[in-house]
Design a binder for this molecule. Sequence first.
Ligand code: TRP
Length: 338
Amino acid sequence: MKTSLTGIKPTATPHLGNYLGAIRPALKLAERFHTFYFIADYHALTTVRDPADMQRYVYDVAATWIAAGLDPDKTVLFRQSAVPEVFELAWVLGCLINTGQLERGHAYKDFLAKNEGHKPNAGVTYYPVLMAADILLYDTDVVPIGKDQKQHLELTRDVAERVNHVFGGGDPILVVPEAIIGDAPLVPGLDGEKMSKSRGNAIPLFAPAKKLRKTIMRIETGSEPLEAPKDPESSTVWQLCRQLTPAVADEMADKLRAGGYGWGHAKQDFFEALDHELGPMRETYQELRADEEQLDLFLASGAERARNRARNTMMRVREATGIRRPLSDLRRTVEIKK
Ligand code: TRP
């Protein structure tokens, strides 16, 4: 079975946009692939400065994914930081990546554009190298990502090919991965713009039903009278519903077009569909989130499995680079001495 891997940065408590855009599709892949999903805590360190936030978000992310259906027996769920081999590989890869390639990185260039006269910290610059190591360390075949991560995948493929070319002598050392770029449309937030924590337009995933309903009632809509026929496609509430459950959205579209059905009704119908899907997860989430030791155990068991693969890969890389003599060579020497 092929391996699918992705990383989740623990920089916030996951919201509905994360669930519809990333979590639910990634969990679907667990049916077809051997899945490795990890919490990219060291990547988050490029921006998170409060240790309490870091701890909290790591557990929020782990509990969210498990509550949403990740089976910790099947999917290898772990913290990036629990596998220190990733830094070793990152160094090797860094020695084959031109700094110019890092200076062309979207995030690097974004930083320069937004902070005139300043340079980012080295972690921001080096971010794509660590990400390439994340992927290549586990013999990953496919990586489900959003469009914004495409450039990182290209760099990853590039450097894997370079390692194979420079050190492989024809034998592949690293698996060259493929991106699976989600084709789901952007998930809009309350104001119709892309849902994000920083914009303050996010719909929480596991708020109590009453609070969830209140938030949904704040979705911006047109102000047509109840009787008027309405256009579903251009409305945020319909777009959200469509991503959640197409069947409910089709019905909603008919009712909106017919008239006599107000935006408040549409929001109520969307709320009910959403609560139906999230309700059972919400309970699991609360239970898991209240038991950090249990979450630590899940993560530790994932880390052990992840580390086995990582050790194998690093063995190949160390031998190929000459950092370490091949085991077969060593055995021969020992036998000759005997
Ligand atoms: N950079 C990714 C993001 O911001 C997170 C990430 C880190 C990742 N390492 C990864 C994603 C490896 C896929 C594979 O979303």
